[in-house]
Design a protein around this ligand. Structure first.
Ligand code: GDP
Ligand code: MG
Length: 181
């Protein structure tokens, strides 16, 4: 078997958008309703098989609180990939996501792979059949996310850490953009 390609990945985004929950879903296939806030940053690893390749993600899950923002460069400086997360029911978190994308493009590695992720899709989903959307709950449209991603050259997904909707796809999508070591 071919050796695993290690990929340093950082998660950025406003507090409580679900960064740690996305990581918990990806690493442990688990979800906690009342997840305790991250202090500083947490480090986790997870392997991901994509076709013939194995990617070992080395994940830095940062704290979203403003008082930790100055620490973020330590985590994204050497990162090959970043996931910028917002909550599709919280417009302020989308504005914050724009700022993170801008900062990454100014300060991070030129060839960094960035995924923009609108999380908490389950909150807008209709209960009946998962068809259609509940009225008024979504505050950031799919188009707004798609447009930002297209303008900035980002991968784009809407996800739910709660139902696991699209969570693995984010990491597979990123892996597909990482060149062979
Ligand atoms: P972080 O501060 O960005 O790391 O956010 P957390 O992962 O700590 O999540 C903040 C809160 O949102 C917690 O109460 C989670 O249970 C909840 N949460 C996270 N992801 C989702 C999701 O996809 N759907 C719903 N409904 N709640 C979520
Ligand atoms: Mg967290």
């Amino acid at each position: 078997p071919t050796p695993a390609t290690s990929v340093k990945l950082v998660l950025l985004g406003e507090a409580a958008v679900g960064k740690s929950s996305l990581v918990l879903r990806f690493v442990s296939n688990d979800f906690q309703e009342n997840k305790e806030p991250t202090i500083g940053a947490a480090f986790l690893t997870q392997k991901c098989t994509i076709g013939e390749r194995t990617i070992k993600y080395e994940i830095w899950d940062t704290a979203g609180q403003e008082r930790f923002a100055s620490l973020a460069p330590m985590y994204y400086r050497n990162a090959q990939a970043a996931i910028v997360v917002y909550d599709i029911t919280k417009p302020a978190s989308f504005i914050k996501a724009r700022h993170w994308v801008k900062e990454l493009h100014e300060q991070a590695a030129k060839d960094i792979t960035i995924a923009l992720v609108g999380n908490k899709y389950d909150l807008v989903q209709d209960d009946d059949e998962g068809q259609g959307e509940r009225e008024g709950v979504r505050k950031v449209s799919v188009e707004e996310g798609q447009n930002l991603a297209a303008e900035e050259g980002l991968l784009f997904y809407e996800t739910s850490a709660k139902t696991s909707y699209n969570v693995n796809d984010v990491f597979i999508g990123i892996g597909n953009k990482i060149p062979e070591a």
